[in-house]
Design a protein around this ligand. Structure first.
Ligand code: ATP
Length: 235
């Protein structure tokens, strides 16, 4: 497995946000973590990228233990995290924002090749390359946040609630990109409250409830599961 999260616990003071979570991500897989508000999904992602340190358990990436490493070291190993709420630099242009994602690479030719690919994925970013990020719509900013992350040629992508606040049309666009990333072979961990969208995109799903994984299985199977249908798909 490329990523293996083993029985981690994460606390915020007295709040036990993540209580013994294990999950695995293989190559070229989209793995989704679904669950209601406050279940601990974002905290799990933050533990993987080193922003929250687990008090128990281990995290392994590509054969090495990473849960004691600082976030910058984890980024260098190829884990890219797009947090909830699309944090783009409002006063920088689209192009400048994209370049900030490639800051670890000195290979300009390679960066330009990735940039061209991002423009192919998101033609709207090419059209708006010289516009400031704060003039983009919410969906376009989400595309920019994803594009910026792609500039680092990550080996594993952590996406936190990419559909939040987007119109159905924009959600379709984001889904299309996640599928394109999957076809390109880069694995994705997708945290979503929109379980329907997430289970359509993913190979495997984990259901998280009050800090624990309550259920996991092939995404297709979870879509047919009675509990998932009632609690998360509104059926
Ligand atoms: P959401 O979709 O609402 O972000 P989530 O499943 O991602 O939900 P987390 O954000 O991981 O859940 O939160 C898990 C628990 O930890 C919640 O009870 C939340 O209130 C608490 N929590 C999250 N961040 C902090 C923090 N910085 N300080 C204290 N408690 C926190």
């Amino acid at each position: 497995m490329l990523l293996s999260v083993r029985s981690i616990e994460v606390n915020y003071g007295q709040v036990r946000a993540v209580r013994g979570v294990s999950l695995e991500v293989g190559n070229a897989q989209v793995v989704t973590l679904i669950g209601s508000n406050g279940a601990g999904k974002s905290t799990t992602l933050r533990a993987i990228s080193g922003l929250n340190r687990p008090s128990k358990g281990e995290i392994w990436f590509d054969g090495a233990r990473i849960d004691q490493l600082p976030p910058v070291e984890i980024v260098k190993r190829g884990i890219a995290h797009v947090p909830e709420g699309r944090h783009v630099f409002a006063n920088l242009t689209v192009l400048q924002n994209l370049y900030t994602g490639g800051y670890l690479s000195r290979n300009k030719a390679k960066l330009n090749a990735i940039l061209e690919q991002i423009y192919q994925y998101f033609p709207i970013l090419a059209q708006r390359r010289d516009q400031r990020a704060n003039t983009l719509s919410g969906g376009e900013q989400q595309m920019l946040a994803i594009g910026r992350m792609m500039m680092s040629s990550p080996r594993l992508i952590l996406l936190d609630e990419p559909s939040l606040g987007l119109s159905p049309k924009m959600m379709k666009e984001i889904s299309r990109i996640i599928l394109t990333i999957r076809e390109g072979g880069t694995p994705v961990v997708l945290v979503e409250q929109n379980a329907e969208m997430a289970l359509k995109l993913a190979n495997h799903g984990y259901v998280m409830e009050t800090g624990k994984i309550s259920l996991d299985g092939p995404a297709e199977e979870l879509r047919g599961n009675d509990h998932v249908r009632k609690a998360y798909l509104g059926i």
